[in-house]
Ligand binder design. Sequence first.
Ligand code: AVJ
Length: 347
Amino acid sequence: MAAVERALERLADTGRRHPDEQALLSSVLEGLRRRPKRISPVWFYDERGSCLFDEICELPEYYLTRVELSILRSRLSEIAASVGPDLCVIEPGSGTSTKTRMLLDALERPAAYVPVDVACEHLEAAAERLRGEHRGLKVHAICADFTAPFRIPEIAPFHNRLVYFPGSTIGNFDRHEAVQLLSHLRRVARGGSMLIGVDMVKDRHVMVAAYDDAAGVTAAFNLNALEHLNRRLGSDFDLAGFHHRAVWNAVSSRIEMHLVSRQRQLVRIGDDFVCFAAGEALVSEYSHKYTQETFAAMAGEAGWHIGQVWTDPREWFSVQRLVADCSTISAGDRGCRVHARRPSDTA
Ligand code: AVJ
């Protein structure tokens, strides 16, 4: 994802074709040559897309954010006590750090906060705000793709690392990718723990409505990915030629966001043309939903075991504390047992 964003930045800077632009074009074309055709959910998040996402979080149908916040709010002291004091909190894909603020307020003597995000300006602004609010908390923002290795500098002595991964972001990854990511985050946690937001399987009408709201905000969010592609790659997707669709894929246990071609059409992308049949779908996002069993099995494959699960009364969403399974930690991970007040070293 970072490679994509970096390439996008360069492209915006120079306005001409850079080797990275070629790589970006190639990766988009590679996705469009698959069956079904695919684009990365990264394309949702330009300026307008980020605003639309904030609007989605306020929609009556989009239960995820609201339910997760209600779980955090009602169980906060219990959650904070379970992870312990003097933590170095690392947040992959931190965005505006809204949910983090609640957590940091509840933790006992948080030592350091390390947000990791590809949206660099937003990241630094959020870090600065947190520095103002939490005197004594060391905040070190890392502008990076959290799916790739990143270095965590020595910024404060801490007791343990905690990876904070709310928002059901894990759902965007297919099973294989999710196991890889969870393993990577286990190495980042260095024998510490993780708090993760996980969306659960429920009545399919509830799930579909969350991704196909009556006001059409999600439809605009989905179509905006094509607008973003057009602007950054100079492609000529006709937005009126596609419509939004959200479907529940029961076999893979996921909501899929599709952009469906209204007619047979050719789209130019760079020097290439891609043909869409009438009714053909372009997949723009997967949002996997889990049962407690499927999630625990997946986390287990990545070397985590489930410490605790907090959920809402309807069990629509869950916040889970994962604990690194020491038996699976390899020499490369080092430090399964972390001593009190040990200064952090580099990741
Ligand atoms: C930010 C990935 C959690 O999958 O629900 C919202 C993104 N897509 N509406 C999700 C999203 C459509 C969201 N995540």
